[in-house]
Structures are given as C-alpha cells and as structure tokens.
Design a protein around this ligand. Structure first.
Ligand code: SAH
Ligand code: SF4
Length: 453
C-alpha cells in the first residue's frame, strides 16, 4: 500500500472581474490539451479584463493564435492562419494580433521579421505579458496565477462539465525528435495547494471531471519542497468534495511507478484509463529516440495496471518512419501493438523538427513508406478496437454526458470510450448508466438504464 501524506490547504481569494468594456476577443487554438488549457486561461483573463468572446475573428479587437509546431503539418496550419490575418490587419489596423504557443521562440526578432502584422509574441508561461496590449490586466495582475485554466464558453455549454488543469509545465527529457523541451523549457511543478484550490473553484462552478495535464504529468512534484509525487496529488484532488472524475495525461513510462499505479486503483474518482506513450516497439529505435526505457518495461507497466485495475483502458502514441527505422524494427512496433491490444493509439508519421537531435540525421524513410506503415498500424488498431469493443456488448458503463451529437446524447465512459444513446430527458452534465447495445471500432451505442445523477 502507498504511504499517505497530509498536506494542509489554504483558501484562495477570487480575482476581481472588471466591467465589460465593449471590446471583443477571439482565440484560435491548435495542438495538445496543454494548448487548450492555456487558451482557456487566456479567454478567462480577457473576460476578467472586460472583454467579451466572439466566434468571428473579423469582429474581434484582439485575436490570439495559440500555436503548435510538434509536426510540420501543424506548423503549416499556423503559418497559413497567420498569413490569412494579414488582410484583416490591413483593413482594421487597430485590432491586436497575438501569437503564443510553441511557435514562439526566444528569438522574437526573427518572428517579428517573418510576421510583421503580429503585435505581440508571448511565451505560454508568461501570461502577464498580455498586459502590454491589454492594459486592463494590470488591475489584477497579482491574481493572474489564481485564475483557472478554464473558460465556460457561453456558446458551448458542454465546456462547463470537464476541465483541464496544468500541473507541471515544460519537460526535462530530450527525446531526439521532439521540439517541446526547446519551447516549453525545464519542468516546473505548480504547488499542490494552488492546484487543489483551482480544482475546488472549478467544482464549485459545476465542473464534474478534471484532467491534470503535463508533458510528463507523472514527474510532478520532484522540484517542489519535500518532493511530493503524483500519487500525493491524486489523493489531495480526489478528496475535493463534489468531484466525480479525475484523469491525468500525458505520463512518461519512466515515472509510472508502482505507487502511482496502485494509487490510481485505490482512489474512487481516478478513472480506469491510462495514457502511456511508447512511441516505438523496437529497443534500438527507442534508444535512438532517447526514450530511456525498453519495450518490455512499457509492457510491464501496462500489465501491472491491468492487474490492479479491472476494466482499465490503455492509450498510447506511436511514431512511424523514424530515421533509420528498418522493416524489422517497424514490425516490432506492429507486434507490440498486436500484443498490447490498446483501446486507443495516436499514430504519427515522423516529421523532422529543426533544432532537435534527430533533425541532424537523414529523414530516410520515404513519405509513401511512412504512409504505408501508418496505414498498416491503422488497420491493425481498427481490428483490435473492433474486437475489444465487441466484448463490451451487453455490459453497463457510467457515462458523463457532454451534450448532443447527431441527435443523440454523447459522453465518455470512465475508460474514455465514446458512448452515444437516445433519451428524451435533458441529460447534459449528468452521470447516467448506459447498457451497450451496439459496438464499432470507434464508439459504443447504448440505452440508459439509470436515472441521471
Ligand atoms: N510528452 C509526451 C508527448 C508530447 S508530443 C510523450 O512523452 O510521449 C505529442 C506526440 O506527438 C508524441 O507522443 C509523438 O507521438 C508526437 N511527436 C512529437 N514529435 C514528433 C515528431 N517530430 N514527428 C512526429 N511525431 C511527433
Ligand atoms: Fe517531447 Fe519526450 Fe518531453 Fe514528451 S517526454 S514532451 S516526447 S521530449
């Protein structure tokens, strides 16, 4: 059994909201959940400053683009979006265009030359910089840290049910293909009391599900006084009254300790879902990726999780076509996925990122071959997910209803599987037990067998 630590909590004051000033903001986001959380915080900050949201960028007084450069395709989308704003800025020079996210480097002079129509570039860890073009923020800049990474969009009521809470910024790994550590810096954990206070505030506002975020979320705490760990934090957040579900991502296999896995199994709010990227199934490729673990180690972590938690689902990430990946090495990845039978796999084709170690190596797998490997794994996963989901037929799962989609209620099980069902009642934001009547590789269908709660 894991050791318990008691950490005192202190209440926090809510920041002051300034009156509406008639100005409007628009936030455009691409990339990972961390970007979504940062965008929510930006939206919340602008709302506190008296701005109102608009879905139309041409009506906005401030347009914020939150960028991702983890792969070339994402970077191309950001460049395209930035270029599309040139015309808007020409027509309405008074609007402010802001760029944040992983495209922002510390060589801002280069960015200014490339995108002269952008008024402000800011590093995602430096929200306060927004005050340079939104002076109203200075009125509450001392309270900025206390604003949740959460924004209930009046046009999307489902956003009030589930929230992301970043708990650790940056990354101390140097995976040879990855740009993230260069853009997000070293790991910085947020203090436990700050995180718990944020969760308490979210739950008081009606949020039922919280996902703790970090590039290496399970490394949380090592840089804090007394070096608490994620298991301590999970216990503290689990204890917040009114919270229904707790998730966390993304974990690094190296830090997925027995204690964390046991704590996941012990705590009632922690969902039976583990997101544990493996990236490749061949030890030599893993070594050249600088992932610091072997294929067997990852499998062992998955096995322990499955032994301790009935019905747990597993998600992972894979990169195909890494420099020098031979057919045999690719086959190792194929075999690993066939053995692990994950419920969800995020597949990516290798994309060299300038400045990273692997970008110095030849990108020698041709695009068609990367596509072929990608498709082979897609087909394998479709088969596995068909089979795994078929075993769920006739069983009952608790669903947190997020809203309606294509005329049906839709939500996720604790295992993070999409489940759709028909019901005449208003169910948004409720927990309902649903019996599965039909399965597909991507989602389940069912019928409600309980009252909403
Ligand atoms: N911190 C997480 C992942 C962060 S990046 C981890 O350690 O796994 C999100 C995903 O993007 C990665 O899991 C990887 O599969 C993919 N990715 C990152 N860099 C990439 C690159 N250069 N080419 C292709 N995919 C990449
Ligand atoms: Fe990138 Fe590796 Fe850090 Fe994940 S652990 S963010 S893949 S460097």
């Amino acid at each position: 059994m894991s050791q318990r630590r008691v950490i005192p909590l202190t209440p926090m004051a809510a920041p002051v909201r300034l009156p509406e000033n008639g100005k409007r903001f628009h936030v455009w986001t691409i990339g990972c959940q961390m970007n979504e959380a940062d965008s929510a915080k930006i939206a919340a900050t602008l709302q506190e400053a008296g701005y109102a949201p608009t879905t139309h960028e041409e009506e906005a007084d401030i347009v914020v683009l939150n960028s991702c450069v983890v792969r070339q395709a994402a970077e191309d989308k950001v460049s395209g979006k930035l270029n599309s704003l040139i015309r808007l800025k020409r027509e309405r020079p008074e609007i402010s265009v802001v760029l944040t996210g992983c495209m922002v480097t510390n060589q801002q002079e280069k960015l200014r030359q490339r995108f002269p129509h952008v008024d402000l570039f800011f590093d995602p860890s430096d929200f306060g910089k927004l005050a340079e073009i939104v002076p109203e923020i200075s009125a509450f800049s001392d309270d900025l840290a206390e604003l949740p990474h959460y924004y209930a969009d009046p046009q999307a009521p489902t956003s009030a049910i589930s929230a992301f809470v970043p708990i650790i910024y940056g990354c101390n790994f140097l995976c040879s293909y990855c740009i993230v550590p260069y853009r997000r810096g070293k790991e910085r954990s947020r203090p436990l009391v700050e995180i718990v206070a944020e969760v308490e505030r979210l739950v008081a506002g009606g949020v039922r599900e919280v996902t703790l975020l970090g590039q290496t979320v399970n490394a949380w705490g090592h840089d804090l006084p007394d070096a608490p760990n994620l298991a301590d934090l999970l216990r503290a957040v689990d204890a917040v009254p009114g919270l229904s579900r707790l998730r966390f991502l993304t974990s690094h296999p190296k830090y997925m300790s027995d204690e964390i896995i046991q704590t996941m199994a012990d705590l009632p709010t922690v969902c039976e879902h583990m997101n544990l990227p493996v990236q490749a199934g061949d030890n030599e490729v893993l070594r050249r990726m600088r992932r610091t673990y072997t294929r067997d180690y990852w499998l062992d972590r998955i096995q322990l999780t499955r032994n301790l938690m009935a019905d747990v689902t597993v998600a992972t990430d894979i990169i195909v076509g890494f420099p020098g990946e031979t057919e045999e090495q690719f086959q190792q990845t194929y075999d690993l996925l066939a053995e692990a039978r994950c419920e969800k796999v995020h597949l990516a084709m290798y994309s060299p990122r300038p400045g990273t170690l692997s970008a110095r190596w030849e990108d020698d797998i041709p695009a068609e071959e990367k596509h072929r490997r990608h498709q082979e794994l897609e087909r394998l996963q479709e088969r596995i997910q068909t089979e795994v989901h078929a075993t769920k037929l006739g069983r009952t799962y608790e669903v947190l209803v997020e809203g309606r989609s294509k005329g049906r209620w839709t939500g996720r099980t604790r295992g993070n599987t999409l489940l759709h069902f028909d019901d005449p009642r208003e169910l948004t934001g409720t927990l309902v037990d649903v019996r599965v009547t039909k399965t597909s590789p991507w989602y389940l269908m069912g019928e409600a067998v309980s009252d909403p709660r």
